[in-house]
Design a protein around this ligand. Structure first.
Ligand code: FE2
Length: 292
């Protein structure tokens, strides 16, 4: 027998977090070439588990982070062009130390609400990917809820009512003007775009399942309701979707790559951390389909 022991290649392992949501991946190095079978395995795991966390990628360069994102589809630009990684226009930055043009915290975490991304666009992202560069000692998780399982758990008459509803989406709804980031508010007030109409319940293009899908802060109204009624109604829906059995709060380690299937979930950033500590995430968006 040879005295030289071959180091075994790490084995890719996908471990489910709970019944309705979440899985953790270990044993993969995204700095190395990923074969087609592994890529499909990871992609399918996102769709099946709604959110996937790939651990142990702290050694990646921004170019390698982007290449990892591209394994999951065509990257699209973040519509907020103010906070980007230098030289990488497809990677935006979520940073609690970032300031807006008036010198205040750019993304005020305590204003965070449950949402899915960029609903004011015709083709919103299918996946949001978050890569942890710096994380606080405690708190600052990203929470994700399965809005497909939540929809399936509703009474039939409520399901039927929801299926017929349509949302009008803008950059920021008038209900949020008072607490909005002033730069984004200016963009909205200067915008000539008509609201983007989407179904409140969308059908997943890959699994054929239905999920509740909205961004409360970007919904000006549900057609047939006033803006005030809309905010109240979406809050009631949020309460149904964010029951603990449908949710997973991912506590980051540096080098985690979180991948969220935006077509069947809502997510929310955690503000419950010491704001003198740095929370810095890179964000990439993968182009999706027009919701139907
Ligand atoms: Fe988001």
């Amino acid at each position: 027998m040879s005295a030289v022991m071959q180091e075994a290649a790490p084995k890719l392992t996908i471990t489910k977090v709970k019944e309705h949501i979440g899985a953790i991946v270990t044993g993969v190095d995204l700095a190395k070439p990923i074969d087609a079978a592994t890529r499909k395995q990871l992609y399918d795991a996102v769709v099946e588990n709604v959110v996937l966390a790939i651990r142990g990628q702290a050694h990646l360069t921004p170019a390698q982070v982007q290449a990892a994102g591209e394994l999951f589809g065509e990257l699209m630009e973040d519509q907020n062009r103010r906070y980007l990684v230098d030289g990488f226009p497809m990677i935006s930055v979520l940073d609690n130390f970032q300031k807006d043009s008036q010198g205040n915290q750019a993304k005020v975490g305590k204003n965070a609400t449950w949402h899915t991304d960029h609903t004011n666009q015709e083709r919103p992202p299918k996946f949001t990917m978050l890569y942890a560069v710096a994380v606080p000692d405690k708190g600052g998780a990203t929470s994700v809820c399965n809005s497909r399982a939540a929809f399936e758990g509703l009474a039939d008459d409520l399901k039927q009512k929801l299926v017929g509803m349509k949302t009008e989406n803008t950059l920021i709804s008038s209900a949020r003007f008072k607490i909005a980031n002033p730069d984004i508010l200016r963009d909205q007030l200067e915008s000539k775009n008509p609201p983007m109409v989407h179904p409140l319940v969308r059908t997943h293009p890959e699994s054929g399942t239905k999920a509740i899908w909205f961004h409360k802060s970007k919904t000006e109204r549900i057609i047939g309701m006033t803006p005030e009624e809309t905010q109240e109604f979406l809050q009631q829906l949020t309460d149904m979707i964010t029951q603990p059995q449908y949710c997973y709060a991912h506590q980051y380690q540096p080098g985690d790559l979180l991948i969220i299937d935006d077509r069947q979930s809502l997510h929310k950033a955690g503000h419950d951390f010491d704001q003198s500590q740095h929370r810095l995430l890179y964000r990439m968006l993968v182009r999706g389909e027009r919701p139907v």
